[in-house]
Design a protein around this ligand. Structure first.
Ligand code: ATR
Length: 269
């Protein structure tokens, strides 16, 4: 390592399997940027202290992953408007000694969908899940102006809260927001799984008899029950590896003001 290395890190818990160091090093190599990019395991209770220690060590920015994105939103001194609205931060930059928080998850999702030729404009979309992950991508999903976004969740009251929260942006963009009811039998253009159901030990609970043209699981690296359902439906589907890559590319652009090529990375990953 030379003194010229710029110091960045991804923070989360657990973090040992994170692909972010590999992705950012590969992007940096495209521009001759010398990067020291670490994985740092941080639990929520130690997050603030660790951030402050890492700033002392000369780190210039951080990617934030589970379970710290909402906490990062609370801790940052300044926020992008998207981070404010999603209440989620996955990219922190040190700017004039302040923590500036932004979120690139939604852009990562939308960019990956566009790359896969899945257009959202005027389409019927179903978003499953009503936690941090789903709320984190709603700004960008609504901004693509689908015809209708249906929401559903194991705990349905949270979908209602989510719909209330996003109503005004949806109205502004001319997008309908609906809660999926069990009576409806819709063939969706796109179904997005934004639940953490594949992380736990229990069964994934989804609405019955789902039908959709394209199924997208925001998780990656697993044969999830959601993707199995897509396969059984003979539908097109994808895991969230491309979203991971594209959110990283957007974070890279925030830090280094360069847009990396993302097509060539999949062989390495
Ligand atoms: P994240 O930030 O990853 O979204 P979260 O805020 O804890 O984490 O939200 C997890 C989401 O996954 C919630 O929508 C949760 O449903 P509940 O609100 O009913 O808890 C959903 N989820 C978790 N385990 C699930 C399962 N086994 N089947 C279906 N949904 C599940």
């Amino acid at each position: 390592m030379t003194e010229l290395n710029k110091k960045f890190a991804v923070l989360g818990h657990p973090i040992s399997h994170s692909l972010s160091p590999k992705i950012h090093q590969y992007f940096a190599s495209q521009f001759g940027i010398h990067l020291d990019y670490q994985r740092i395991d941080v639990e929520s209770k130690n997050f603030k202290k660790t951030l402050s220690d890492l700033r002392q060590e000369g780190y210039e920015g951080f990617n934030i992953t589970l379970p710290l994105k909402n906490l990062a939103y609370e801790i940052c001194d300044e926020l992008s408007s998207k981070a404010q609205q999603t209440k989620s931060v996955n990219t922190i930059s040190i700017r004039e000694d302040k923590l500036y928080g932004d979120t690139t998850d939604g852009l990562g999702l939308v960019t990956d969908l566009i790359t896969k030729n899945v257009s959202l404009e005027n389409k019927k979309i179903l978003v499953i899940g009503a936690g941090g992950a789903s709320n984190g991508v709603m700004f960008d999903l609504i901004s693509q102006q689908p015809q209708t976004i249906f929401l559903t969740n194991r705990t349905i009251s949270k979908s209602h809260d989510m719909a209330d929260y996003w109503t005004s942006l949806a109205k502004e963009k001319g997008v309908l927001l609906n809660i999926l009811s069990s009576k409806e039998n819709i063939n969706f253009d796109l179904i997005i799984n934004a639940t953490s159901s594949s992380l736990g030990n229990g069964n994934a609970i989804f609405p019955e008899n789902l039908k959709g043209h394209f199924w997208y699981d925001m998780m990656y690296g697993k044969q999830t029950s959601f993707l199995l359902m897509a396969e059984q439906n003979k539908a097109k589907f994808s895991d969230g590896l491309g979203m991971l890559v594209e959110q990283a590319a957007a974070a890279f652009n925030i830090w280094h003001h360069q847009k990396p090529d993302t097509k060539s990375i999949y062989q390495i990953l």
